[in-house]
Design a protein around this ligand. Structure first.
Ligand SMILES: [Fe+2]
Length: 428
């Protein structure tokens, strides 16, 4: 997680524009109100709050690279949710106001008649312009506040399971019905040692009686300290043939400028060791065989492989060494971009499991309609993808980062069942 100086300048300019527009609207609509009370409200809403916002983001942009404690990220996320709760309503109100102005102007021109400034052109109900503006504006501006508060209190802990069956002709028959639990992007530091918040996943996962659990990276936000105490949750997760994991871009401590390479290495070792403490076999550019009754499939895990600005440590060729003999191959790689870049057509992995996108923690998935801003950032951002006979599944993640909320993109536990048969997919 980072906020650069250019990111800060963008936010500061954005805040200035929004609040100057707000001031203009305030003066235009409330010019008749001489009351000191209203001046104070304007002073706080459009002067003091923006100044605090700008100063806090200046602080974060200057300090975030020196952070050595998970708490800094918690503060940063709190600042982000505060910003969203204040500015989303402001933006929506301004948008509504200017649309209202434009419609009023057009109506005025078309009708070519003057009407009192006190009355809206909307015929029914006939209420004063100020009243209409403030009432509809308040209703509109309240919607994002409710969504954010819901996303913060409920949405980010509303774990849900998605089921998917995939059939392959080359799957060894002993693996017909093999059940995989796929989880990703836990970001432990964001839960700030609130262990009970993640305990719900234990029952959900164990109820599936999975054959294997695969975790596709981003255990932490940046610090080994985030993992302390969590073994009591993760050691409870059970799977017949084991729990396997990889690292994500957040698991290397790259988001801090450490005082020395030794300090960074110590932090990294703490993160790597946590996988073992949690009962996961961490795959770092290596492959293992999963064996059922003498029949085997290959499981390969790579270090993070991403496009700039995400780190590229993974070496797929090294990781898949020795897997030629296996009839069926699964790849764990944190970043879904890796699939198009190095996996499809270039390898014979039957399925790759990834995470990383979080579905941007915001979107709509309703009756076949799926949208999230993530689709503009990531080519493959959610769910199942197919290229010829190769598949990739992108999990939305269990945790959260940046914004301590999930709106319309709840945290996901995927249940994938492998079947033997002609290549096909079916929801379960
Ligand atoms: Fe992540």
């Amino acid at each position: 997680m980072k906020i650069t100086i250019s990111g800060f300048i963008f936010i500061a300019v954005f805040i200035a524009i929004i609040d100057l527009l707000g001031l203009w609207v305030w003066k235009r609509e409330l010019k008749d109100l001489k009351s000191k009370k209203y001046n104070w409200i304007a002073f706080v809403l459009l002067g003091v709050i923006p100044l605090i916002e700008i100063l806090s983001y200046l602080y974060f942009s200057l300090q975030i690279r020196s952070a050595t404690s998970p708490n800094f990220y918690i503060w940063f996320m709190s600042a982000n949710i505060t910003f969203a709760i204040i500015y989303f309503p402001k933006i929506l109100f301004l948008f509504y106001y200017f649309v209202f102005l434009a419609v009023s102007r057009i109506t005025e021109t078309v009708k070519n008649k003057k009407y009192s400034k006190e009355q809206t052109t909307i015929r029914y109900p006939k209420i004063s312009r100020n009243k209409f503006l403030s009432q509809v504006g308040i209703i509109l501006a309240t919607a994002p506040i409710i969504s954010l508060v819901f996303g913060m209190h409920k949405g980010r802990f509303n774990f849900f399971t998605r089921h998917q069956r995939l059939n392959f002709p080359n799957l060894p028959s002993a693996f017909d019905g093999f059940k995989i639990i796929h989880i990703s992007d836990i970001h432990l530091g964001s839960f700030a040692s609130n262990f009970h918040k993640l305990e719900g996943i234990v029952d959900l996962i164990n109820a599936e009686n999975a054959d294997a659990i695969f975790f596709t990276g981003d255990l932490v936000n940046n610090f080994a300290e985030e993992t302390l105490g969590w073994e009591k949750v993760f050691t409870q997760l059970k799977a017949k043939y084991g729990k396997f994991s990889i690292l994500g871009n957040h698991d290397y401590g790259d988001y801090t400028d450490w005082d020395s390479p030794e300090e960074k290495a110590k932090n990294f070792k703490g993160i790597v060791d946590a996988h073992q403490k949690f009962g996961f076999r961490l795959l770092r550019d290596q492959s293992v065989a999963i064996d059922i009754d003498g029949q085997e499939i290959a499981l390969t895990g790579v270090e993070n492989w991403g496009h700039d600005p995400f780190p590229r440590y993974g070496d797929l060729q090294k990781a898949m060494k020795g897997t030629d003999k296996f009839p069926f191959k699964v790849l764990l790689s944190h970043d879904p971009d890796h699939w198009d870049a190095e996996v499809t057509d270039k390898t014979d992995f039957d399925i790759m499991l990834a995470g990383h996108t979080h579905g941007m923690q915001f979107g709509i998935d309703w009756k076949g309609f799926k949208w999230s801003p993530a689709k503009y950032k990531f080519k493959r951002w959610d769910g199942l993808y197919q290229h010829k006979n190769q598949f990739m599944y992108v999990n939305r993640g269990l945790g959260f980062l940046g914004m301590p909320a999930r709106i319309g993109m709840p945290p996901e536990i995927t249940i994938l069942q492998l079947g033997k048969g002609p290549v096909s997919t079916e929801p379960m």
